[in-house]
Each structure stands twice: as C-alpha cells, then as structure tokens.
Design a binder for this molecule. Structure first.
Ligand code: PMP
Length: 658
C-alpha cells in the first residue's frame, strides 16, 4: 500500500462517506490518519456531515476540502456555475502536505468517470495521486453491472484496487458472485441507514473482524513497504554484498568505497534505503527536477508502455517523438532561438558528440573547410565519450585519455580578453564554440558572468562561428530561467538537452539545430547525410515521459514552487555566511554552492569527499562534493524544511571534520 487510500464508488450515493469515515476511524486507531474529501458540491458537504457524526470528544482528524461548490451537481458543472475551474495542482499540493504527516483517506466525488473539469475525471485524479483504491458498491439493483464496469475501468487505467465494500441490506451470494467475477476481495459489508450517526464509531465496528483484518493488513503492508520493498534489513545487506561481487559503478574508486547503500524506493525529494530516509539534494545526478515517482509522469509512462514501447527510428517515426520535437521547437522559439530540427540520442555526452559532429560536417559541406577547430571553456565538462572529453577541461577526470583526444583551444570564462584574443587569432579556423551557459556544473558549480556570453555572441556572429550551448545540466529551470542562455543575449546554433528532459525517469537527449544547418546535409547521396544513430534513438517511452515533464513545467503554478526553492536556498546560504570554514557562497536559480576552506589549501582528498558524503547520508542527506565544493541541486518540489536540513547537514559534516 502506498501513502493513503482513495475511496471511490460505483455511483453517487452508495455510501462512500460512511465507508471513508469508518476507515478513517479504524486506521486512526493504528496510525495518524486524516479524512480528506478534496472536491465537494452541494450542501451540507460530506465533510460537514462526517463532522456532525463525530462525538464531541472525538479527536479524529478531518481536513478541509480544496474546492466547495453550492450547486448539488457534478463538480465541474457546479464549478462552472460559479465561474470557477478545478485545478488538480491544488488538490495534489494539499494531498502532498497532508501525506507528509498523516495517512490520508481521500474520498472521491461520485463514480469514476464523473468529470471534475473540462478534461479530467475522478479516475484521472486517482491516477495522479497514485493511490490504491477501495471501491464502494451498494446492494441495490444494478450493482453487479456497475461494479464490474468500474473494476474494468480501474484496470484499464492501471489503478490498483484493494477490494470492494458492499453497503446495504444483506443480499446472499452477491459478495461471492462479485468476488468471482471481478477477481477482487469483498473487504467487508455494512448496512448503513441515514440516522446511524455516531454509532458508527462504536464498539461494534471495532469488533468487526473483516474490517479490522483489512486495516491491520494495510497498516502492516504500509510499514513494511516503508521499511523496505525487500522485506528485511538482512535482505538489503545481502543485496549490497551481491552488488560488491558483481557491479562496477560509475565515477567510483572501488578501492575507497566500502559498499553501496541500496535504495528501495523514492517519492518527491526522499529516497528510502530500507527504513532510512534521505533527501536527494543532488536530484540524482541532476536529472530529477520534479520529484521522484511523480504521479503524472508515472501515469504517462504506464499508458505509453501498453501502446508502443520501442521501434526503430531510422525509416519510421512515432507520435511521442513528433510531439516532443514540436513542443521543444515552440519553447525555444519563444526564447528567441532559431532552432528548427530535433536530433534524438540517449545521453548527454552523445548529444554533445552529435553537435560537434554536425558542426564539423556542416562546415565541410558549406565551404568552411578551414574551420576544423573547436573552442571551449576552461573548467568545462561535456561528458565522458571521446569527443565530449576533448572539449572538456584537461587534466582532471580525463587526464589518462589525453593521447586519444583531438586538439581543442580553451579560454577562461572569467576573461573576455582571452576570448577576444582567441577569436583574433583563430576566429577563421573555428567550426564552433561550446559552452555550458552561466554555470559549469561538474567543474565545481562555477558561475561566470553573462557579459562573457554576450561578448561571445557578438564575436561568433562577426567571425561566422557556430555556438553550441550545452544545457544538459542548466536546462529546464535549473538556473531559474527555462534555459540558462536566457540570462544573456546569446542564442545558440546548437542546443544540447538531456537530464531534466525526462524528469529524471528515462535516458533521453536531444540536439537541436537550425534549418540552414539541416539543409546543408540534404542531397541525393549518403555522403552528405548525418550518419549517426543509436539503437534506442527516440525511445517512445522516454519521449512520452518528456512530453509530460514539459507539460508540467509549462504550467503557471509550477513557477511558485520554483521561486520558493530559489528564495529558501538563498536564505540557507545566507545562514552559513558567518562560518569561517566556508567561502565563495554562490547561487544561480536552484543551484546553491559554497567552498570549504581546506587547511592545505588544495582540493579535498577523495577519501575526505567520500567520508563527507557517507556522513551526510547517515544524517539523512545525499550530497556529492565536487572537489571542495558543497552544493545543492534539489528537485523543485523540495520543501523549505528539507532545504534547511540540507544546509544544516552541510554545516555539521564540515564542522565535525575541522
Ligand atoms: N554536459 C553537461 C553540462 C553535464 O553536466 C553532463 C553530465 N553531468 C554531460 C554533458 C554528460 O551527460 P551524460 O552523463 O548524460 O552523458
């Protein structure tokens, strides 16, 4: 069982509120539980009715509705009558807040396909909240048909149903028949009459075996799921041991690492390692922008998986890739870019390789034969494949591969003079310049001024040099703007995107470029085509998930969360300004970083970085120091409390070390 229960019915007036009340009361005897009916129409509301049933001394928690309408009609009609609209975002937000501290029993409105707004129904709300449901049916005429149709619809929408409850006079054989036909268990039976009032919370129910068994099982399931999807601590230790035997991890010196903690599940900004909760302060290598297991993204993926999982993308196409391309082009147009074509690949490094290869081939095919060099920035990182390594900072992670790399010229992003000199001497030999706009991520969250990019924009135009913007890390609001180049006047000829593109769900990347570049590859022979492609190019699952991610990012309400994260990050950084062991506090958008003063003046020894990382994990925060830099790059749903904890743990781990 997940974080709550959704109570739905085969129709209106079948007893959902009664069942919800009963379940809230019964769960509350075991865990902190709250009744929540987010959308209500007509008077009195079900919340008010439920409250009227409670004895005066009751401490049962009842949350207020998010939407209340006067007209006793379906919620969307009642909302329309008042000139309002039901927006799931607010329901989700209220649910999320509630589920932080309590187990919500969420009551739906009417049956599954009752419209809640012009395009969404109750079943969509259940999917979005990602809750298992209990189905309430009455024992009146027509119930077999209504129940089976509802179960069919729940399965179609991949909603997990724990079982059904029958309400009304005893109807011998009905429960068994429905169990047999639906494949779901009858959880319990009740016969509710209007005037039952507070009897409801009386002893008879607390002694109802079927009800109590269901509640106990659900609570035990919830606890063990919270503890671990694998059941026990021993199982986790065994897995970790097997990991040590069989797995080679990325960017890992296995000689320094004791073991790899097993992550058993995740939700929003929280990772669970068994029953140990950890805040994902690094968005799982900067990919997860909207929170883990986001209900809408999960739902989009579930729907796509039964439609088309993958198909070769050379010679064929599909709707998710087309839709995603159109959306990306429209977004970049709004930002003042002239990008017209989307080339798909499946990781950031490859998106960079593609841009480098396209720029090189374009120059050769359009008379720029002499333009065979690339300019990049000192301190940059563009990936781990050979081409991407070549344009990355030398002497760091990739030193051993230097003999394999091609020659690249580098300039300091803090020196416009170096940039000007490079253009003056090499301007006519450059095919392209590649930059991570505004923030060099892996280089240590180095933030350089927009004026550098403005100068680059002018020089690149003057010398006819292409500009590649690697927004693999900085894209999708990471720096507070949709793209980091928006902080400057630079509008790139190539745009590389990945990481946040799929909300952190699946590997996907894109390289966008303009029609003029695309046209230079046209012809009647393979020789001028762009001969590059990977087996999983434009995987439909990843594309569908990306479309859903972009849809969420484009909602107006999303910016509120973003602004809050930016503001709280700045308060957290400010709170560490007076600590003598921290310096160079800096922030751009949701990226917050500071440097730790090291007694020998150099970079942390990897052993120390690892120790800090492990200590932070123990204290409930996932951090990955970059050299002496500690930073936060959290999912945008991270709460203020979580952000404060991230910075407080940063402070504590350093304080302990010095
Ligand atoms: N470019 C930048 C700016 C990056 O931060 C990264 C990854 N951290 C990459 C490229 C490479 O992406 P990937 O790891 O998906 O290959």
């Amino acid at each position: 069982m997940s974080e709550g229960l959704f109570i739905t019915g085969t129709d209106t007036d079948v007893g959902k509120t009664v069942v919800s009340a009963l379940l809230t009361y019964s769960f509350a005897q075991k865990v902190s539980t709250t009744y929540f009916k987010p959308i209500q129409s007509g008077s009195p509301t079900d919340t008010a009715t439920l409250k009227s049933w409670l004895p005066e001394t009751s401490t049962l928690k009842v949350s207020n509705p998010v939407y209340e309408f006067q007209m006793p009609a379906s919620p969307n009609r009642a909302a329309e009558a008042e000139g309002r609209n039901i927006d799931f975002h607010y329901v989700q937000k209220a649910y999320r807040e509630l589920s932080q501290c309590s187990f919500p029993i969420v009551e739906g409105a009417g049956g599954l396909e009752v419209p809640l707004n012009s395009s969404q129904t109750v079943s969509d709300l259940i999917s979005i909240l990602n809750l298992p449901c209990v189905l309430v049916a009455s024992t009146r005429l027509g119930t077999i048909n209504h129940t089976l149709l509802t179960v069919h619809r729940l399965r179609q929408k991949n909603i997990r149903c724990l079982g059904f409850v029958l309400n009304g006079p005893e109807d011998p054989g009905l429960g068994e028949l429905l169990e047999h036909q639906s494949g779901l268990p009858l959880l319990f039976h009740l016969n509710w009459q209007e005037n039952i009032g507070s009897h409801f919370f009386a002893k008879e129910w607390q002694e109802n075996r079927a009800l109590q068994t269901f509640v106990e099982k659900a609570v035990v399931n919830q606890k063990s799921e919270n503890a671990s999807n694998f059941g026990s601590i021993n199982a986790l230790a065994e897995l970790s041991q097997k990991d040590k035997s069989y797995v080679w991890h990325p960017f890992t010196q296995h000689g320094l690492v004791q073991d790899h903690p097993v992550v058993t599940r995740a939700k929003n900004s929280t990772l669970w390692m068994g029953d140990h909760k950890v805040i994902d302060a690094v968005s799982s290598w900067w990919v997860n922008i909207l929170g883990h297991c986001h209900p809408e993204i999960s739902q989009a993926l579930k729907e796509q998986v039964d439609q088309l999982e993958h198909v070769v993308f050379a010679g064929l196409t599909h709707q998710p890739a087309i839709e995603l391309s159109e959306t990306l082009i429209k977004i970049t147009r709004k930002k003042g870019c002239r990008l017209d074509k989307v080339f798909f690949s499946d990781n950031g490094s490859t998106a960079v390789e593609v841009a480098l290869k396209m720029a090189h081939q374009y120059q050769r095919q359009s008379g720029g034969n002499k333009r065979h060099r690339f300019l990049a920035l000192k301190g940059s990182y563009h990936g781990d494949t050979l081409g991407a390594m070549s344009v990355g900072a030398r002497g760091g992670f990739h030193e051993v591969f230097e003999p394999l790399m091609f020659n690249v010229d580098f300039v300091d992003p803090f020196s416009e003079t170096e940039l000007e000199n490079a253009f003056a001497s090499l301007g006519h030999e450059l095919a392209a310049v590649i930059v991570e706009p505004m923030v060099q991520g892996a280089g240590g969250m180095r933030m350089y001024p927009a004026s550098f990019l403005n100068r680059l924009n002018v020089l690149a135009k003057e010398y006819g040099v292409l500009v590649i913007a690697d927004e693999i890390f900085t894209g999708f609001y990471r720096t507070g703007r949709f793209f980091a180049f928006e902080h400057s006047e630079l509008r790139p000829d190539f745009l590389c995107l990945s990481k946040g593109l799929t909300g952190g769900y699946l590997p996907l990347s894109v390289t966008l470029t303009g029609e003029d570049i695309y046209d230079s590859f046209l012809g009647d022979s393979f020789a001028t085509a762009f001969l590059h492609g990977h087996s999983y190019t434009a995987n439909p699952l990843a594309c569908r998930v990306a479309c859903q991610t972009l849809e969420i990012l484009m909602r107006a309400q999303f910016e509120q969360d973003l602004k809050r994260v930016i503001l709280t990050t700045s308060e957290c950084l400010e709170s560490l300004k007076d600590k003598s062991y921290f310096y160079n506090h800096r922030q751009l958008g949701t990226v917050g970083a500071l440097e730790v003063l090291n007694s020998d003046g150099g970079y942390f020894h990897p052993q120390l970085s690892y120790r800090l990382h492990r200590r932070a994990l123990e204290m409930g925060v996932l951090l990955r120091p970059l050299g002496n830099t500690l930073y936060s790059v959290p999912p945008y749903c991270t709460t203020d409390e979580e952000l404060r904890k991230i910075y407080s743990v940063m402070n504590q781990i350093v304080e302990e070390e010095i």
